[in-house]
Design a protein around this ligand. Sequence first.
Ligand code: MN
Length: 331
Amino acid sequence: MLDRFAAFLDRHARVLLTTHENPDGDGVGAAVALACHLKALGKDARIVATPALPENLRFLDPEGWIEAFEPDGIHRDLAAWPDAWLLIDASEPHRMGALFSAFESTKADRACLDHHLKDAPKGFDAEFTDSSASASAELVYDLVRPRIGGNLSPLMAQALYAGLVSDTGNFRHSNSTPKIHQAAADLIAQGVHPARTFNALYQTATPAKLRLFGRAMGGLQLRMDGRFAYVAVTKRDLDACGATHEDLDELVEEPRKLKGVEVAALFSEAADGRAKVSLRSRERVDVNAVCRQFGGGGHRLASGAKLDLPLEAFIAQVEAAVVNQIENDIV
Ligand SMILES: [Mn+2]
């Protein structure tokens, strides 16, 4: 697959690199590293992100290569620029969000580079996918490492390492393979600083966010002898802490830390006024099955749903469904 991908890159001179909307560390890290590689080969490479590069990923782009998508401004004719348009870290064109209409109208060769488990990609001229890889950054590492004798540039090494960290949950998830650790070891040996990377990616909370977590955890609810644990956050809680909906990110990980918990939930009043739940399962309970009952979904161990109901009523319904699912999945 990577030889095919290298041949694809060889055939093109102006390569536009994009990733899914609301870019994450893997999509951005893989794009920056690939841009380094293409520029070193004498090619023109641009990276466009939508809506923009998140604050905590700025350190991956010290050269300021990444352009925030402006469909009515500098990117009005974006579709005409590239001879190859590559979607990184996704294999469904609509995941590009606002970039999709430009992608649809381009005459460039369209390709994707991805590691997600999906049906066969549609809407591309070429597909480069490998679901055995833990991160898109791993695919880029495997592409460039044998082709670059000696050390990678510090910029490329940092970008690749951040991608590996992002998609393995800092080497905690089940995709933390021996191969990923070997790649990380190679990058650290070349000068990447693991603690600085972790701090830049994750240790970015504001006082408002920490106060919100404290307030939410003060209301921790336990059911079924602690096998189901949840917290709930209302608009009033957000206002009282001076927090925003973005500050809810990762809060569901807190009740998940309980010993013996099988399912953790975060209930909240979403920005659109609907009641929202994020469910996380440790291993055995299928929370996707729960969320599908409420018109939502996701993965078996991480799923969500939204419903037009008062928060209290929604909590009661989801709680009943979770209790059922735990009884069903754990014999
Ligand atoms: Mn990824």
